[in-house]
Design a protein around this ligand. Structure first.
Ligand code: COA
Length: 158
């Protein structure tokens, strides 16, 4: 598996993954996805399988950061892995890299929203040191609730 930063030619494959991973009304629009990726205070990591003609996108993650009076805070917009490539550690590696990007941007903590019924993602975050910090009842479309998870960003773990 190759892990690298996003390039503009990746957009079509990235959006195909979004369509595989999320159904409307939760799915991000193309315009919103482009806006997230284009944010200069963000990083989009790609996991790529194979090489040359056979290369396919196995996953991606988007993290952004905001500088506030109390310091810089990072937020994970999404982590998505192709259904056929799950349970092989790809999300864990994408998460590690998003945290490294956030740290490099000066972030001291990182947070995210996750659907309260998304057991796989909740377990991913819990197993990587994130703790539940709250619950928002009407966060997602159709008033679906979300948990807020967060963790402090210490030095990189290898
Ligand atoms: C959640 C998701 C990103 C996990 O991707 P993945 O590459 O399969 O995850 P990994 O193989 O890196 O797993 C890392 C850890 O997450 C947890 N985990 C992942 N999938 C799990 C599942 N189906 N059930 C329970 N735990 C799971 C485990 O703790 C796992 O560690 P382990 O393998 O050592 O037990 C993937 O299921 C996905 O793309 N889901 C759809 C999109 C989505 O909901 N994204 C999250 C948005 S907040």
């Amino acid at each position: 598996m190759l892990y690298r930063l996003y390039q503009p030619a990746d957009f079509a494959a990235l959006y195909t993954l979004e369509e595989l991973c999320f159904q409307p009304p939760v799915r991000y629009s193309r315009a919103w996805m482009r806006q997230l990726i284009a944010n200069p205070n963000s990083a989009t990591w790609i996991a790529e399988k194979n090489a040359g003609e056979n290369k396919t996108m196995a996953g991606f993650a988007i993290v952004e950061w905001t500088t506030m009076p109390k310091g810089t805070v990072a937020y994970i917009q999404t982590i998505e892995v192709h259904p056929e490539s799950r349970r092989r550690g790809i999300a864990a590696e994408l998460l590690r890299r998003t945290e490294d990007s956030a740290r490099a941007a000066g972030a001291r903590s990182i947070w995210l929203h996750v659907d309260v019924e998304n057991a796989a993602a909740i377990q991913l975050y819990r197993s990587r040191g994130y703790a539940q910090r709250g619950r928002e009842e009407h966060y997602y479309a159709r008033h679906r609730p979300a948990f807020v998870y967060a963790k402090p960003l210490g030095p990189p773990v290898r």
